[in-house]
Design a protein around this ligand. Sequence first.
Ligand code: NAP
Length: 296
Amino acid sequence: MTATVIDGKAFAAKVRDKVAGHVARLKEEHGITPGLAVVLVGEDPASQVYVRSKGKMTVEVGMNSYEHKLDADTSEADLLALIDKLNNDKDVHGILVQLPLPKHLNEDLVINSIDPAKDVDGFHISNVGLLGTGQKSMVPCTPLGCLMMLRDHHGSLSGMDAVVIGRSNIVGKPMAQLLLGDSCTVTIAHSRTRDLPEVVRRADIVVAAVGRPEMVPGDWIKPGATVIDVGINRIERDGKNVLVGDCHYDSCADVAGAITPVPGGVGPMTIACLLANTVTACCRANALSEPEGLTA
Ligand code: NAP
């Protein structure tokens, strides 16, 4: 293996420390405690785990955590009424509705009912538009985490060829916007892309957000390229359940200049960026200068 391992776990701990420092300053100098409200509808086991760990880390950095657990059959009207209440609550600076929602709820309608200034997931249509036009926005957490790691590793990304594999609204598209914002030449690949291996071979930066275990082998990677593996796939190997990314780690690490592992790469950065976004939202809501290095 020749690649430098980009340690997302350690980087995320640094981001959380930085967030904790800003939270302490907000309390001491302004008497403000940033607050994050997380809304969970139903009992999806994976969502319950995510919500629990978000709540725990929110409290660990000194912020207030408000958890709202609603029954799986909650009506759209009741969910929208709760969001309206949180939108108008001055102690709540960030609102996150855990996805996926039960099928009877309209996800777009629910997300777009969140006050864009409190939309710490960055999924509201206003934030998507602001990001796309290069204006100050709330930036989706997973791509923000990828961008932070890339900036930390490379300094400037200007002029680099970047290929994002995947065009989802939560990862692929905002990732491409962020890379474009940092002056990369960006290609977005997807399931209909012709000759994907050749497209990926051109890239100085490869971000894989596909959801297919170990789909990208090392011989697709340009020697020295940086590989950011967003994929989280549970597979069975040698009778054990293991987590793997969208890239074949060993073969990619033999060719790449740098690579994020799975687990321990992008994953931990996502929650750290959620906390960072909450502090940023809190500073903006109170017309205070926002912390440097915690958003795009
Ligand atoms: P998604 O909404 O399912 O999107 C997957 C994308 O991959 C689609 O755009 C799809 O193309 C493309 N794709 C599928 N098969 C392909 C192929 N053979 N070749 C090229 N492109 C292909 O997934 P997502 O929500 O973006 O998530 C992607 C992965 O990241 C998942 O493993 C997920 O668990 C993980 N994830 C991790 C984090 C984290 O915190 N680390 C956060 C979010 C997601 P089409 O559009 O053409 O169908």
